[in-house]
Design a protein around this ligand. Sequence first.
Ligand code: FE2
Length: 616
Amino acid sequence: MGRAKGVVGWVGFAVLMLLASIVQRVSSHGEQPLARIAVHETVSALDGRVIIKASPSILGARGQNVEWVLLEYSSPNPSDDDWIGVFSPANFSASTCLPEHQHVFEPHLCSAPIKYHYANYSSPAYLSMGKGSLKFQLINQRSDFSFALFSGGTDKPKLMAVSNTVAFANPKAPVYPRLAQGKEWNEMTLTWTSGYGIAEAEPFVEWGHQGGQKMRSPAGTLTFDRSSMCGAPARTVGWRDPGFIHTSFLKELWPNSVYDYRLGHKLLNSSYIWSQKYRFRASPYPGQNSLQRVVIFGDMGKDEADGSNEYFSQRGSLNTTYQLSKDLDNIDIVFHIGDISYAIGYLSQWDQFTAQVEPIASRVPYMIASGNHERDWPGTGSFYGNLDSGGECGVLAETLFYVPAENRAKVWYSTDYGMFRFCIADTEHDWREGTDQYKFIEHCLASVDRQKQPWLIFLAHRVLGYSSGEYYASEGSFAEPMGRESLQKLWQKYKVDIAIYGHVHNYERTCPIYQNICTNEEKNYYKGALNGTIHIVAGGGGADLNQFTTLQTKWSLFKDHDYGFVKLTALDHSNLLFEYKKSSDGKVYDSFRISRDYREILACTVDSCPSMTLAS
Ligand SMILES: [Fe+2]
């Protein structure tokens, strides 16, 4: 009895010390007023008998940017809906904020947790014993962390206890490099995130031929504040300081050469902060005849390796990331065609996404297209007036990922990779005849020399071509309404080989098609002219799968209700291999081949040739 009293007394003292340290942190850092108010509310809700402890308190002591943290906790009144939230910065606001609309999800705290687990997740005896433990995997994201135990589920969360603070040894470290093709064929761009602003350090990339002399290229720095967000949750509970986003332009690369690089920040006292070392291969010269392998998918998102819950998890995404990461010796460039992170206004999840794709994006160009979950917001000029971006209105995707577009807020661009020309459309802006985007698409398709770059590929997020997705079929359009109305004559005139989309979360392949009619009877080996365009849906990157309609069309050749991605391999100017692989095992489940010569691209078919004169 006496001993128990002693424990309670000690616990009470420890909690008081902890609260004192929280209050001190808040006042010394001059945080936003909301956080201060919340801490007072937090104090009144805390139960001194509930304990939560995190270890180790210093993470990444050996320079790593990912580490596991062990939590140990106990409660005198355990419940099945007790949960533990991860907060960063550590001095979070635990008061409740009522949602502005249905796209703001539970738990409704004024600072959204980065993620959370139920207290009984790995401790089934928590309910009977009142004690438990679990592990979280944390990534370095520019600030410290604390862990809070709540009762009352996520709909009526009541704060019971807050843990000690843990932090990475250098929370500002440069992390998560993302390669992307530049505006010139021999330029590669490198974008990364850090906690160093331009008044504090000069960002640069140190790079050079593998094993050769190194040089330094400066980087530009961008950031933005809450006022750049268009609505909730991005502007409210989901807001988190994005840190600084740096982009460096590595120029005059030698085709196919391998380069080593690392990210650096030169501090004012002339000392240096370095990232890990990485390596990439420069892109081929447009038209160059060499093996070129391209991976394309949409709608991947992210998920937590520790099994914890986030506001949105894409359970298929870890498999896709894993299959691509382990096959990087056989991949030259990746296109993620929209619905990228599914952060949907919870900004911390963009760090989660860039950390997840780091093995891929730090090694091969990671090119993006814009999707509804990046851009759409009512009254902001998006073609669709829905809430799908969670208030981000494109700012996160357009800052964290470089695209060689004239205007990064209009995500349409052209990029060449050896024998490929890619024309990337932005379906969240109007693409119909008469628009700026339509003009761009026509120019992109028209300006390629098909003798040198025979493989002409059109990419977009929403399905502008053909899909048997249940939703589209129920509308009777088998595509985005107005999708192909004005574009099909361009695809036909400029002889686009393949058009690939996401948005519908499954895989589908059509025959070569024009105006709903198959233009070629072949199914797996196309010799000579296609006479139409093959349309692919590759939206099974990781987000919850979508159903197909039961209606059978003549043009749908292959459907798969599963997670996967597609791969295009240009073997030479006359031979292209297309493969669809499942994310679960990385094996090929559908494929076709195109074999043809230049004169067969030039050959005329319906609506594909300019007029001729009879004069000789
Ligand atoms: Fe989408």
